[in-house]
Ligand binder design. Structure first.
Ligand code: NAD
Length: 273
């Protein structure tokens, strides 16, 4: 099954599906999950400085036989590193830990005050060819309006909490209008809700011989959203990637749209310090 690619607003192609490694905090789990994921066809890996695992991600990449150009590696700038020089230093440190000479995507992790200076540094790194695409995470429309008023470079993606009970319908429309790709974090609701036993989803799952998790992931794909579900289990990694041989009908998409409670399970970006 072939993983679709999305073309970002700067022309760079990004896999629409990949692996998230938040809370994977030991070398063995990182290395195994990346090894299994790559064997299943995953090419996008999403990490961040604050996850504390960039070095192991780098080692896993080095141990794989996949050519660097086929991989799509994302990392993120942490709030404590806001500022122009600080951002350049933080980026260099991430790259070093990962053992890479460029990143495919670098994101401002949260809209902490000072993001304009960080963005300026990221734009310079982008123009120097050290990052193929730059974007943001957890930005609300007012942060994006501000960023775009101060820069000619529009973020390629906004990575935001998105799952069936927090669908981000308004922000999704805003992002579409501005040609910023919508990337979901917590695409399965982070295991914090009972969404995977919701009867609307289990019924659709039964029809296709899929699991509710696969239906949720497919819903994101059919909505045009980029997803990075996390698992450290071989069977679930395979299950999550096995979503490209079916698609949902208009009626099924609408039934899932109705599950939206507009309810965050995690932190509100406006509370970023
Ligand atoms: P997720 O929605 O991907 O949920 C992961 C959890 O779902 C797993 O720990 C497991 O318990 C469960 N799960 C996975 N596959 C399953 C399956 N097939 N069946 C049943 N349960 C399954 O949550 P996440 O890891 O928080 O989000 C994905 C990625 O997004 C992260 O790993 C990270 O890379 C990124 N992220 C970014 C931010 C941000 O602020 N930018 C915040 C959180 C996460």
């Amino acid at each position: 099954q072939k993983i679709p690619q999305v073309t970002l607003n700067n022309g760079v192609k990004m896999p629409q599906f990949g692996l998230g490694v938040f809370k994977v905090d030991n070398a063995a789990d990182i290395k195994n999950s990346i090894k299994w994921a790559l064997a299943d066809g995953y090419r996008l890996i999403d990490t961040a400085m604050i996850y504390g695992n960039e070095q192991w991600v780098g080692e896993a990449i080095k141990e794989s036989a996949i050519p660097r150009a086929e991989l799509f590696v994302t990392s993120k700038l942490w709030n404590a590193d806001r500022g122009y020089e600080e951002t350049k230093a933080a980026f260099a440190a991430s790259l070093k830990r990962l053992g890479l000479d460029y990143l495919d995507l670098y994101l401002i992790h949260w809209p902490a005050d000072g993001y304009l200076e960080s963005w300026r540094a990221m734009v310079d790194l982008y123009h120097e060819g050290k990052i193929r695409a730059i974007g943001v995470s957890n930005f609300e429309p007012h942060h994006l309006d501000d960023l775009m008023a101060h820069s000619d470079v529009v973020p390629v993606v906004n990575q935001i909490e998105t799952h069936p009970i927090f669908q981000q319908k308004e922000l999704h429309r805003y992002l579409t209008t501005h040609k910023i790709a919508h990337e979901a974090w917590g695409p399965l609701g982070q295991g914090k809700s009972d969404i995977l036993v919701n009867p609307v989803l289990t019924k659709i799952a039964a029809k296709y011989g899929k699991t509710a998790a696969q239906v949720v992931l497919r819903w994101h794909i059919d909505r045009g959203v980029i997803i990075i579900p996390k698992s450290i289990h071989e069977q679930r990694l395979a299950e999550n990637a096995n979503i490209f041989d079916f698609s949902l009908t208009e009626e099924e998409m609408q039934a899932i749209a109705k599950l939206d409670q507009n309810k965050r399970l995690s932190r509100n970006p406006d509370d970023t310090e």
